[in-house]
Design a protein around this ligand. Sequence first.
Ligand SMILES: [Zn+2]
Ligand SMILES: [Zn+2]
Length: 262
Amino acid sequence: MKITVLGCHGSDAAIGHGYTRQPCRSVGLLVNDSLMIDAGTGASQLTLEEQLRIQYVVCSHLHFDHVKSLPALADNLVNQDGHSLTVASIPSVLDGLQRFIFNDSVFPNFFALPDHRRPLLMAHPLRVGEETWLGEVGITPIEVNHTVPTVGFLIRDHTVAWLYSGDTSSTEEIWIAASVTPNLKAAFIETSFPDELQSLASMSRHLTPALLAQEFHKIGQPDLPVYAYHLKPLYEEQITRQLARLDIPALKILQEGQTIVL
Ligand SMILES: [Zn+2]
Ligand SMILES: [Zn+2]
């Protein structure tokens, strides 16, 4: 399974200076060129041809940094020969997208346009704890602990599986499910704030490096490759130093533009 990182941060910003200056983009992962996990970044990193290959967008929750590329994708794809895009998530997220974004005020309702019988965006409800196959990729949403209804995902094809935590604070079920998932090859776990901002992390239900370690150990596979993501750009250096001190041998920080093949 190929995972292309279009964006992997907890916000948008440029960090560094001169030659070290680099963009940070909100989370958007492209799987096998045809399925997106979250859409905080998408259209801006892809040509029209690449956007036309996307068939599914799977959203973990409604926070803007995870859905804000959907309007641009819709705008680009609407007049492309009857192209349609399946948007899959838990029902409250699908409902929120239609009520708050694609509501004909903030943005046109592409769940009914260009033709309500063949709309561009097609809502596909996912049930928590149940696997749904979207093309060649199986997705199991599992509730995690965030300020709004949020799911993480176990994602697999017929040979490998990986975990995507979604935005979460300390939680249980997704780690238990991961621990019994066959051929689990990697865990993508959010790490938004440095340890000093533990109280902000608790309030906004996110993880710090210390909490990442605590949560990761619940999977019970100490050598499993871990990719930390959703770092808030302003704290990237601090978080990076603190992650490096953890006793997790295969821990890396997910990088913008990186491609991972599992
Ligand atoms: Zn987020
Ligand atoms: Zn969030």
